[in-house]
Design a protein around this ligand. Structure first.
Ligand SMILES: C[S@@+](CC[C@H](N)C(=O)[O-])C[C@H]1O[C@@H](n2cnc3c(N)ncnc32)[C@H](O)[C@@H]1O
Length: 321
């Protein structure tokens, strides 16, 4: 049995018998005014972090969500895209699609504003999406891509890139891991399916996105996720796994390379009113401005009167690239 089959088997079981805490964290779940999330959706929250951000969801966007789980994030996206077929959920597991459909019916009873027809549920594979080219404003996945091995991950990212409109956003939440993992862990299909042994370092994750063509990357959150300890897992050392929330935007690739925002800020503290690097970056004296890592490095090189902060791993837009 391949690791992909082991994954679909695991989520078939998780659809038939919801397993609280199966592969998720205990992050607080977004609540919005007038939104009532059915308990079963909370029990079937098999993600880490959130992919739903109001900032991405203006003007009734067309949303694609791959790997539907119990449907909680489908409902949260529909909150912002209240139109027939505004959200499309794709999953390869029939039982998960069926569970999600049932849960959305419950959500309809609990929420006056929600109609099940806002969400289309479609059978399909992340590596071969049944979605038209350039038809989606916001594509999302939560805790699925970390399971994929490199070639499959490349295909899944390429598919997301294909279906997004120009300037569309791919928003994701996934575990990452900066430590090397041994082959026993890597090749354990069940641990991989449980989002415990497939994760890669953040730099590699970002590179796979920029290699696919995404010109802007935003790291929106980074937090601890799990540890794999020698007394519970086949490892000699304690392995720390983190989870990230990240957006990859289908902007054209800048000539000098992608803009990767990791939460750095630049502040000019010289004697002039402002600092202008004549390349599009104007820093008013003592006003913080969010900058991508490329610009942060360039500004630090250009002037001794500019303070550049460390990455906070928390970026919510704005600033300059
Ligand atoms: C870890 S769960 C995450 C569910 C949901 N995103 C959440 O946050 O609760 C992974 C989901 O991806 C689905 N899945 C597994 N392999 C898939 C594939 N190759 N293509 C599409 N969906 C897949 C599973 O059925 C399951 O719904």
């Amino acid at each position: 049995m391949s690791y992909l089959e082991a994954t679909t088997d695991l989520y078939k079981e998780a659809a038939l018998a919801p397993d609280v805490g199966l592969c998720c964290t205990t992050n607080p779940v977004w609540q919005f005014p007038g939104l009532a999330i059915p308990d079963i959706m909370l029990e079937m929250n098999y993600g880490c972090g959130s992919t739903v951000s109001a900032q991405d969801l203006v003007n009734d966007p067309k949303v694609l969500y791959v790997g539907v789980g119990g449907g909680m994030e489908l409902l949260q996206f529909a909150y912002f895209s209240r139109q027939k077929g505004g959200v499309t959920g794709v999953d390869v597991v029939d039982e998960m699609l069926a569970a999600s459909r049932e849960n959305l019916k419950l959500a309809e009873q609990k929420n006056d504003w929600f109609k099940s027809e806002y969400v289309d549920l479609v059978k399909g594979n992340a590596m071969n999406l049944p979605i038209e080219d350039e038809s989606i404003d916001v594509a999302a996945q939560n805790c699925l891509f970390n399971i994929f091995k490199k070639e499959d991950l490349q295909k899944a990212i390429a598919e997301m890139y294909r279906v997004l409109k120009p300037h569309g956003r791919l928003v994701m939440s996934d575990p990452i891991c900066e430590q090397p993992m041994n082959e026993t862990l890597r090749n354990d299909d069940k641990l991989r399916a449980l989002c415990l042994s497939g994760s890669i370092p953040l730099k590699q994750y970002v590179k796979m996105l920029t290699d696919a063509g995404f010109g802007t990357i935003e790291i929106r959150a980074k937090r601890s996720y799990r540890v794999l300890s020698p007394n519970h897992y086949p490892t000699d050392e304690l392995i720390h796994i983190e989870s990230i929330e990240i957006a990859a935007i289908k902007d054209p690739m800048p000539e000098d390379g992608p803009c990767v925002f990791t939460g750095k800020t630049a502040i000019y503290f010289g004697n002039e009113e402002y600092f202008d690097d004549k390349k599009g970056h104007v820093l008013v004296q003592n006003q913080p401005i969010a900058v991508c890592d490329k610009t942060a490095a360039a500004l630090a090189r250009e002037s001794d009167d500019i303070f550049v902060s460390e990455s906070t791993w928390h970026y919510n837009g704005g600033g300059c690239c």
